[in-house]
Ligand binder design. Structure first.
Ligand code: TXA
Ligand code: MG
Length: 308
């Protein structure tokens, strides 16, 4: 693990990537497991390290909107409008795959998911690297995403070539994925950019992201800690539930940052990881309201609560 703020760390990371290495990188949403999108051996290693099925596509990270046309084609004007407002930032756009984008990265699909991350370390890395980096969240498949370099070290430290320390992620939940390959844009995954902001910019109503996920790889059960997650709609219901659990000799923690949705998103994954470390049996999570970041938090909590 090296300090991503130092220029020599970026140079070292670029050298590792050019040799087909796989590294942990900070973004404003969650830490990513990055590899050169043009190196298929490195991409396969990303899937192997995560334990992720090869047909679950990766997000391609770029440094500048000008690079969009290198990796996507038939790009609608809307994509450039969205880029102008939301990039760098937690918005991923689904576009038609450009010929240069490896099918290994897109899980065999003819679409590609692309974003510019809003994190100084990631941007410096992308600029010095020159190409694009495919990066899923740096956690094992189906488990809780990492929001600190220590989380990446805990999960994947044995398997990655390097981790760039960029501190704690400022947002804490993944990017919003918007599909621009059809006439009507669709949100495939709620995330750091709220659906309300997208709707007000596009002046259309975007199809609701509630219900089963449509993005491949976004299974019903996801982001799952070892402990059980129970969802409640109010602090009072949480207290009652905890009392019952304690009476049944179970250890329980209440997760409730409903008064501050930014803090809820930022601390969500660290809270779930801590609950596991402390051997907690059940996390009783108070669902935030379905507004702004609340959509993404509700989605993650719901998926973390489902056991298949
Ligand atoms: O905030 C984020 O988006 C983070 C950081 C590291 O950028 N990345 C992330 O990647 O969350 P990952 O792999 O954990 O989730 C990406 C999801 C996939 O599960 C898949 O559902 C969707 O993006 N996706 C990627 N490419 C796609 C494609 N071509 N078609 C449909 N969905 C796609
Ligand atoms: Mg993920």
């Amino acid at each position: 693990m090296i300090d991503g703020k130092l220029p020599e760390s970026i140079t070292a990371a670029v050298a590792v990537l050019r040799h087909g290495g796989v590294i942990g990188i900070p973004t404003e949403t969650v830490y990513g497991l990055a590899a050169d999108v043009e190196n298929e051996i490195a991409l396969r290693r990303v899937f192997a390290i995560k334990g992720r099925p090869s047909d679950h596509p990766l997000i391609v990270h770029i440094a500048s909107t000008q690079d969009l046309a290198l990796w996507a084609q038939n790009i609608p004007d809307l994509a450039f409008e969205l880029a102008q407002t939301f990039w760098p930032g937690p918005l991923t756009m689904l576009l038609r795959r450009g010929n240069r984008t490896s099918l290994v990265a897109t899980g065999g699909r003819d679409t590609v998911a692309i974003r510019i991350p809003a994190h100084e370390v990631a941007l410096n890395l992308l600029r010095e690297f020159g190409g694009a980096l495919a990066a899923p969240s740096a956690n094992r498949f189906g488990r809780v995403s990492p929001t600190t370099p220590q989380h990446v070290l805990d999960d994947l430290g044995q398997d990655v070539d390097l981790i760039l320390d960029g501190g704690e992620c400022s947002i804490g939940v993944e990017s919003t994925i918007v599909d621009l390959t059809n006439v009507v844009p669709q949100v495939l995954r709620p995330g750091g950019v709220s659906v309300e902001r997208l709707e007000s910019l596009l002046k259309i109503e975007i199809e609701s992201a509630n219900g089963p996920s449509r993005a491949p790889g976004m299974l019903e059960s996801h982001y799952a800690p070892i402990c059980e997650i129970e969802l409640v709609e109010s602090p009072l219901a949480a207290r009652n539930r905890v009392a019952k659990l304690k009476a049944a000799s179970k250890s329980a923690l209440v997760l409730d940052y409903c008064s501050d949705l930014d803090a809820y998103a930022k601390h969500l994954y660290d809270f779930l990881r801590r609950a596991d470390r402390e051997g907690c049996d059940v996390v009783v999570a108070v669902m935030p309201p379905a507004i702004g970041l609340g959509h993404a938090i509700r989605d993650r909590l719901y998926k973390a609560s489902v056991r298949i």
